[in-house]
Design a binder for this molecule. Sequence first.
Ligand code: FES
Length: 103
Amino acid sequence: MKIEITPFDKLPRDRGVRVKVGDHRIAMFRVGDTVYAIGDVCSHAEASLAEGEVFDGSVECPRHGSEFDLATGAPSSLPATTPVPTYDVSVEDGTVFLSLDDQ
Ligand code: FES
């Protein structure tokens, strides 16, 4: 199912926005003209990744510093070792949409 989230130009640059859709807690990031969506809950100890610092296509967990790739959800540094989920995002006519398989 495709869900309308927000106008693209309302997304802040280079920092996260937390979005809740059903049971999904999602962190959405705008980097340049690209929008990424990953699971908001850090796979290490449940900090909110939407509150992390964004750089070089990754977000740094605000609690213990693991970095997660915004495109793949994979951690590139400890202590997290498990990826967070990624979500399909599209921008159509200036509006950001999220696609969820199970909604
Ligand atoms: S809670 Fe994210 S690295 Fe520990």
